[in-house]
Design a protein around this ligand. Structure first.
Ligand code: ADP
Ligand code: MG
Length: 291
């Protein structure tokens, strides 16, 4: 099994410390790099893919430094950056052929893969359109197509579902899940449902530090007994903040049902409910970053 290991990776932008010594290890499967905006996700992925030098630390693939592997590492890598960088004058198809030629793919294989991916990502109708004429969601899917083109062993996706509508999110999520066999997939997001069901493990990152790495099930189990469904009169809403973190609200009869994250129940009718990953996210990052 392949192993990708981050060892004490640090990154400073001037005197801003964006990564404060990040260490974790990935094997085969889908890993969600989950954290709020500004957590350092893109910085970490840019270091992994060789687009940005680390200030300190290293990344090892099966014990070898990826910086030293250079081309041999990049040949195994598919990368979808967060910034939509497409050649505006190229058509979708030409863009994919261009990427394939950079990767040294054969003509026959290129033709087959381009056809396949345009189909899977519902881009067949716009294959002859210049990339500048595409909608945000189409650009996003084209970027995903180029990352998957050479069927890479390591697939790095930076916020792959940004700008997609709910249906496209599902298509993209299923596509990622379906290609992940025998690969290392590292997918960054701040959107919990993106990784809730497809990720084998989540790496929670906040403020340049890895907070924890575990399976979604274990993360949820770790919060058992701390999530409450609380029935309150509408007038009690303002005080809820003093008892814990409000995860969600819904109208219930004459009052409000509050989903509350707290060590102890508040002085209202409360019952323990099953924690979700959304609760874990709020509990972990609730005090960080605001909106
Ligand atoms: P994320 O992808 O999790 O939203 P980023 O890696 O983009 O986070 O950013 C991490 C932190 O580093 C943020 O505080 C961001 O403002 C800062 N940062 C990112 N890129 C630069 C840069 N080129 N120069 C200075 N600060 C940067
Ligand atoms: Mg980012």
């Amino acid at each position: 099994m392949p192993e990708l290991r981050f060892e004490n990776v640090k990154k400073n932008y001037g005197d801003k410390q964006a990564l404060c010594g990040v260490s974790f290890t990935l094997n085969e499967g889908i890993y969600g790099l989950l954290g709020p905006n500004g957590a350092g996700k893109s910085t970490l992925l840019n270091i992994l893919t060789g687009n940005l030098p680390a200030t300190e630390g290293r990344i090892l693939l099966d014990g070898e430094d990826v910086a030293k592997l250079g081309r041999r590492f990049r040949a195994k890598l598919g990368y979808m950056p967060q910034q939509q960088t497409l050649y505006p004058g190229f058509t979708c198809e030409r863009f994919l052929y261009y990427i394939a030629s950079l990767r040294g793919m054969s003509k026959a294989r290129t033709k087959e893969r381009v056809g396949e991916l345009l189909h899977l990502l519902a881009l067949e109708d716009v294959r002859k359109k210049p990339t500048r004429a595409l909608s945000g969601g189409m650009k996003q899917r084209l970027l995903l197509a180029q990352a998957m083109l050479d069927d890479p062993d390591i697939l790095v996706l930076d916020e792959p579902t940004a700008g997609l509508d709910p249906r496209q999110r599902i298509v993209v999520r299923n596509l990622i899940a379906s290609v992940a066999l025998h690969k290392i997939v590292l997918l960054s997001t701040h959107v919990v449902p993106d990784v809730e069901y497809i990720a084998r493990e989540l790496v929670l990152i906040g403020d340049g530090e890895v907070v924890c790495q575990d399976t979604p099930q274990n993360l949820c189990q770790g919060m058992e007994g701390q999530v409450w469904d609380v029935e309150i009169p509408e007038t009690g809403l303002d005080q809820m903040g003093q008892y814990g973190l409000v995860s969600s609200l819904r109208r219930s009869g004459s009052g409000v049902a509050v989903r509350l994250i707290a060590d102890a129940p508040p002085p209202y009718p409360s019952r323990n409910v099953e924690p979700t990953l959304e609760d874990v996210y709020l509990h972990t990052f609730g005090d960080e970053g605001g909106l």
